[in-house]
Design a protein around this ligand. Structure first.
Ligand SMILES: [Fe+2]
Length: 491
């Protein structure tokens, strides 16, 4: 069922209609007049819908940060099946099954290492195993506290072959917001407030609490094909656009290029809407890093109308307006921030999402084009969505790297040697690739699985070892203090 009425500007792509503008308050309805006017919670909701508020911030959060959405749905979320709480004879609540951790790793069992790390593209599960978006998630790194304290962040890589429509699973994350970056294959995402089709070079954000399911858009069922990408989860606050400071009121990711879904219901007849006892539709709830399944009685995609400012959204990275130096040197990579999640101090992010997009690089003849060598108090996790990265030869699309707090890194020998000879006579259009970085002020611990993975690039550090001391010619021109001493003694 398609949307018949919305306000604001609309964009259409892949047959879906989106509303535009970062952080706006949106209204949308599947059928005319479903949205109550002038009040949120009337005794008689149009068409006998139920009103339900989804709060993304504390009720009393400052107005500029306050996020909530009113949903008008065929049944409230609470009327979607019951759960049996197992008890033993002493009336003590027990769990009968061992904990299942989202991303395959107990965050308490993660480890630390100061080594620079790089991974090749994560391979898919064996083709004969059914694997959907949830099964296909691998926790790579986590840090900054537990979702139980509503703090910290986690980084995942996913690979899956099976749409959640096939596994009949639906999902919500009570722990935080997901930023999803498809690297291979477009995703069709069903959410309570509408659908999005997210291609590689798009990103999407699904905030805490929304029920959604992820499907392969192209429906390719050949055994070799699969979807792959990256996910950043933030467990504190929500993503916002970075401050622009002296850049002014335009540039980087512009607010009007963020797209929000329009109201949609998965079923228009009671027969399609109701799940019978054998249909085994399951809601997977991520709560405190663990997965809790629950049998569903009916489709969770039954919101006929909504209004509010707490919503999933998507953004096409081609729309990013990059800014950098056109005189000499280059600016810190923060100049490429798409979205940020504010940390404990102003200007110090819990997580920044930064991209290195195709762009014209124009500089003077004495600037080294690739990024400088550096050590950073922030932790940097990088991924490559497509093509090549300009400072590394061995960094593959679909792969990743991690440079933790104070771990030295920079261009590899081959890239450095090439760049030193480059006189930068003409501006160069860099259009070979699209890389991104998650940058956090927190120290991350690593999944022991990721550290043992077959796709870990065990020789990564080799790429810098030929940057040797032979190039230094200072002592040929000036005597060392020791030689000077000897000369004095001889006199
Ligand atoms: Fe770096």
């Amino acid at each position: 069922m398609t949307t018949c009425a919305t306000n604001g500007m609309l964009e259409t792509r892949d047959g879906l209609v989106y509303q535009t503008g970062f952080g706006n308050t949106f209204e949308s309805e599947c059928i005319p007049h479903a949205l109550p006017k002038g009040r949120n919670n009337p005794r008689k909701v149009p068409y006998n819908l139920y009103a339900e508020q989804l709060s993304g911030t504390a009720f009393t959060a400052p107005r500029a940060e306050n996020r909530r959405t009113w949903l008008y749905r065929i049944q409230p979320s609470v009327a979607n099946g019951t759960e049996h709480i197992p008890r033993h004879h002493h009336h003590k609540v027990t769990t009968t099954t061992p904990a299942v951790f989202f991303g395959g790793v107990d965050p308490e069992q993660t480890v630390v290492t100061p080594r620079p790390l790089r991974w090749k593209p994560k391979p898919p599960h064996p083709a004969n195993e059914e694997c959907d978006f949830i099964d296909g998630m691998s926790l790579m790194a986590t840090g900054g506290g537990s979702p139980l304290n509503k703090n910290g962040l986690s980084i995942y890589m996913y690979c899956f072959q099976t749409s959640m429509s096939e596994t009949k699973r639906h999902f919500y994350n009570a722990d935080g917001d997901f930023l999803i970056i498809p690297q291979q294959e477009a995703l069709l995402i069903h959410t309570e407030v509408g659908r999005m089709i997210v291609h590689p070079k798009d990103i999407c954000v699904i905030p805490r609490g929304f029920v959604f399911s992820i499907h392969r858009h192209n429906n390719d069922t050949s055994l070799e094909s699969f979807a792959r990408g990256y996910v950043l989860e933030v467990c504190k606050g929500h993503f916002t656009l970075p401050e622009l400071g002296p850049i002014g009121s335009n540039g980087l990711a512009n607010a009007r290029d963020f797209w929000y879904p329009t109201a949609w219901c998965s079923a228009t007849t009671p027969a399609d809407y109701t799940y019978n006892a054998d249909s085994k539709h399951t809601l997977m709830r991520k709560f405190g890093s663990q997965l809790f399944p629950k049998q569903l009685r009916h489709s969770p995609y039954n919101v006929v109308a909504f209004h509010g400012n707490y919503l999933p959204f998507m953004y096409n990275l081609d729309r990013f307006c990059a800014v950098n130096s056109v005189t000499y040197d280059h600016l810190d990579p923060s100049i490429y921030t798409v979205l940020t999640c504010v940390g404990s101090e102003p200007g110090t992010a819990l997580a920044d999402f930064v991209i290195f997009p195709p762009r014209v690089m124009a500089t003077d003849s004495n600037t080294l084009r690739p990024p400088w060598f550096h050590r950073n108090t922030m932790t940097e996790f990088m991924g490559l969505i497509a093509g090549q990265y300009d400072a590394k030869e061995g960094f593959q699309a679909g792969g990743a790297s991690l440079h933790s707090c104070m771990t030295p890194h920079g261009p590899d020998t081959m890239s450095y040697d090439k760049a030193v000879l480059d006189h930068c006579a003409m501006p160069v259009k860099f259009e070979e690739g699209l890389a991104f970085m998650f940058e956090t002020s927190l120290i991350m611990t690593l999944s022991p699985v990721a550290l043992k993975a077959s796709y870990l690039d065990v020789d990564y550090e080799q790429c810098w070892q030929d940057l040797n001391a032979d190039l230094f010619i200072g002592w040929d021109k000036f005597p060392t203090p020791k030689e000077e001493e000897q000369e004095n003694e001889e006199e």
